[in-house]
Structure formats: C-alpha cells, structure tokens
Design a protein around this ligand. Structure first.
Ligand code: TNX
Length: 522
C-alpha cells in the first residue's frame, strides 16, 4: 500500500509529462537536421537529439586574435539582428564559451576541410562553427542562416522561436570556382544593385562575380588615360536611354564589398569584337580614323578593334593596366567571343598578344571559348559557352575550362514560350534544364580534372532593372550553385526540386522577385 501510494504521483507526473511533450512537439515541431533544405547541399549531415535556441542573450563569440573571424562574426550578426531583434553582441574569447552561445573558431589541422570547408556542431547548449580559414567560417554562416526558419531573412522583427535541430555538418565544395556573370554593359546596373547581387549569390556560397564591363552598347569602367570611354562610350545603353559607368573608386568599393564576402571580382573587357563603345569614343582606334556611331541595338558581332594598329595595343595596355591595379583577384577576362568581322588570321595573333599584356601585368587570362583558337599561354582559362570543339581545343593546350553552357547555364534564356523577358537562341531553360547537367560529363573530352569551375552568366539585352534581373536569375542560380558546390554525380532532380521548393519562403523574405516555376512544388 505504501509503495503504491508513493508511486502514484510519480506515474501521474510521467503521464502528464508525456502528454505535454507530445502536445508541445506538435505545436513547435523541430525538424530533424537532415530534413532541412540547404542549398547548396552539404556533403555530410548527421542529426542528433535536441535543438539549440537563439535568444536575446546569445553572444557570437569568435576566437581571440583573429580579425577576419571577427568580421565574419559581425557579418553573421548583421544577418540575424533585423529579424530576431536581438542584440547579438560579437565578442572575442580565448576559451570555449558558456551555454546558449555561438562560437566561431579557426581550427587548423582539419586539412580535409580545405580553405573553404567548415564543420558545424549544433548542441542544445552551444553552436560551434570551425574552419581552417575564414572563408570556411563564412560558408558555414550561410548554412546556419538556412537552418533557422525562413523568417530569419526578414528585414523586420519576426515573432517565434529561433531553433536549430542538433547535429553535425561537415562540408566542402567540389569546385573552387563557383561563379556568376553580370552584364552591366547592355544595361547599366548601379553599385547598390551589384552589391545586392553579391549578397544574394554569396548566400548560396558562390565565390566569383565576373563583371562584363564593356560591349558594343556601353563602356562601364572609368579609365583615367582614356576619359572619352566613359563620357562618350558609357553615355548610352540598349534602347537608347542613359547608360552609366563605375568610377574606379566605385569599382574598388564593389571589389571590397565582394572580398568581405569571400568573393573575387573578375573584370572583363571584351575584345577584339564587342568593342563599338570604344571605337565610338576614339577615332584613332579605327582603321579609317573615324569614330563609329554609338550603338543601342542588340545585334552582336559587327565591331572589331583595328588589330594592325600599334595604338590598339597601347590602348589595351593602358586599360588593362588601370583595371589590374584595382583588381586584387588573379584573373582578367579578355572576352574574345563572336569577333565575326575580325579575320581569323588577325584574331589569333591579337589574342596571343593580349595574353602577353595580361601576363606582364601579373594576371591570368580568361577568355570565351573562341580564344582556344589562338596559342594559349600557361594558366589561361577557356570559358565554354557555345562551341564544345573550342573548349576541347583549350584542354588540348592544357588550359582549364570554366563551364557556362548556354543551353543550361545562361540565365538570360527564357524559361518557356510564355516568358516575356530574355532571349531564346540557346533554347528555353526551365529550372530543371539549369540543374540537370553534369559539368564533368557534358562535353566528351572535358572531365572533372580539366574544369576550373562553373559560372552562370546573365546578359542584359532585355533586362533593365533588378526586378527583371532577379526574375531571370532566380531560382535557376540556386541550381547552378548546388551543382558547383556538391559532387555533380550526386545530382538528383526530384530530391533537389523539393529542396528548392522550401527555399521559396526564404526568397520571399529576402524580397527576391523569383520566377515561380511550375516544375517546383513550392
Ligand atoms: C552571346 S555569350 C554573347 C553575348 C550575348 C549573349 C546573349 C557570349 C560570349 N556572347 O554577347 O549577350 O549571347 O545570350
């Protein structure tokens, strides 16, 4: 009797406790870590019991004496503060922080993580993010953002708990070059737009932004020795409206903004074709010494440098010299595409000579796949966009290839016949087409070992503002980011499309004007 009496309340507490737990877990379902959509997909996710909850007392601790880690911590806090409304102080520490906090630390010796990988350990009392390099911490922070509910991306304070299920994620990228290209020549985009673009693609762990800075319709970067390039060449854009250009200070500001997000800017001056804006700015660059008219249409392939004139090479040395001086990244992109009015016997020595100019500046050359028709110098890379035989010629010269197949990776292609924006010369590119390709097997003769990375260009003949640009770029760029980060052979459209669907709310909170593809179960 005594024992029973004694046991009774214990049993009752247990039963009530269980019922309460069940109710509680129904109301506040904490996902299993491996059920959360993360793009790009991490290499390894091991769930555990429990969850971490961010509170207004949480501090982001970073390892003492590491200024870069501190900056990543500040960046992280700046992403969480608007929606959580929490203070989220960023402090340095020399020891493991106490319960309820987040710890970012550099841990050398975990060599498998490489320079961009990270390990994320989520326990109910602590989140520890470790990486060998600050770039790895930055990537890990992007993952943590996606582990919180989508409302974390809001710019206004949101109600509700900020929980992350427990577990361990270890993650490294497949390709070290994960890029996007923005054409600011056909239509000009302001510094603020470029920064938004950088922020959005950094969210998906992209680390390259290639800026297409000149074309027939506009010259978009200040060159101090050749001021007409911007005063005349930068004055218009497609459709005849006012163009614009970046001063060198503005360009440097973009470079710094990107670098703070572990992203490299690759500047492109397209030549010897796509050069009308320069030919209209300076008569002496033309074989007949007459300036051309500014061009605001969308035809391609009608302009060319006068390859036989010495001033052409002086001009190129000046232009690339000034750009190199404000470009810390290793690459200069020299274009080289669609030079339909440059004779091949002029094109080849031209590209050979420009490679030497770039090399003397201490930079490496990237060019569209046509440059493989010339004699590539060591370290020049070929960007495959249209002709696989060109890219294969590049590989035969030991060049690395950047994979940007127009039929899959061109974000200016229409989604389908109803898309009003964009072009369709490479066919329609629905969300599945942008995802269902394997960079390492797409072109016979080009294997994983030949590939420098992946890049998704967006050309802006038909895109005049960020609203339109985002509609074409999203959601396709998430697929490209997924392909570039995780092992291509693990691609699976059915798995990916449900993962992408779960990103819809996140994109909405980021106020991204994405295309709501019918192929995705949003
Ligand atoms: C081809 S891609 C071009 C660009 C156009 C684009 C439009 C490449 C190297 N050249 O000049 O803007 O198609 O999709």
């Amino acid at each position: 009797m005594r024992r029973l009496k004694h046991n009774h309340p214990v049993k009752l507490i247990l039963v009530v406790g269980l019922v309460f737990l069940q109710l509680f877990s129904k109301g506040y379902t904490t996902d299993n870590l491996s059920a959360i959509s993360i793009i790009p997909k991490p290499v390894s996710v091991i769930p555990a019991n429990g969850s971490f909850t961010l509170t207004n007392k949480t501090v982001i601790f970073v390892q003492a004496q590491n200024n870069e880690a501190k900056s990543v911590g500040e960046y992280f806090a700046s992403k969480l503060r608007p929606s959580t409304g929490f203070e989220l102080a960023v402090k340095t520490t020399t020891s493991k922080p106490s319960s309820g906090n987040i710890y970012l630390r550099i841990k050398s010796g975990d060599t498998k993580l490489g320079s961009e990988g990270y390990e994320l350990t989520i326990k109910s009392n602590l989140i520890i993010l470790s990486a060998q390099e600050p770039a790895g911490l930055f990537n890990g922070v992007q993952t943590i953002r996606q582990l919180f509910p989508a409302r974390v991306e809001s710019s206004e304070v949101q109600a509700g708990l900020w929980k992350i299920p427990a577990g361990v994620i270890r993650d490294t990228p497949e390709f070290g070059y994960r890029g996007a290209m923005l054409d600011v020549a056909r239509h000009f985009f302001q510094v603020e737009d470029v920064k938004r673009y950088i922020d959005l693609i950094a969210t998906y762990k992209m680390n390259i932004l290639h800026l297409h800075l000149s074309d027939d319709q506009g010259w978009r970067i200040e060159i101090k020795k050749w001021p007409n390039l911007t005063s005349i060449g930068g004055s218009k854009q497609v459709g005849g409206g006012n163009g614009g250009f970046f001063t060198q200070d503005q360009y440097s500001d973009i470079v710094k903004y990107a670098a703070d997000r572990y992203m490299t800017i690759i500047p492109e001056i397209d030549m010897p074709g796509h050069i009308n804006a320069a030919m209209a700015s300076y008569p002496e660059l033309n074989c007949n010494n007459k300036a051309t008219e500014l061009y605001t249409g969308t035809e391609v392939g009608f302009s060319s440098f006068c390859t036989s004139k010495e001033i052409t090479y002086d001009f190129i040395s000046d232009v690339l010299g000034e750009i190199s001086a404000i470009t810390p990244g290793p690459y200069i992109h020299i274009g080289g595409d669609e030079s339909h009015v440059t004779k091949l016997e002029d094109y080849i020595p031209f590209v050979n000579r420009v490679q030497q100019i770039v090399s003397k500046l201490g930079k490496k050359v990237i060019g569209w796949d046509e440059i493989a028709l010339s004699t590539l110098i060591p370290n020049s890379a070929v960007q495959f966009w249209a002709k696989s035989e060109n890219a294969v010629k590049g590989v035969a010269q030991s060049a690395k290839v950047i994979m940007s197949p127009a039929a899959n990776a061109y974000l200016d292609m229409k989604y389908d016949s109803t898309t009003t924006l964009g072009l369709f010369w490479a066919g329609y590119v629905e969300a599945d087409k942008a995802y269902k390709w394997d960079p390492s097997t797409l072109v016979p003769g080009i294997g994983k070992e030949n590939i420098l990375g992946i890049e998704a260009p967006v050309w802006t003949e038909t895109l005049t503002n960020m609203h339109d640009l985002e509609y074409m770029v999203f959601p396709r760029i998430l697929g490209i980011a997924d392909l570039a980060w995780r092992s291509p052979s693990s691609g699976n459209w059915d798995e990916y499309k449900t993962r992408l669907a779960k990103q819809g709310d996140r994109l909405k909170f980021m106020k991204v004007n994405y295309y709501p593809s019918k192929l995705i179960p949003w």
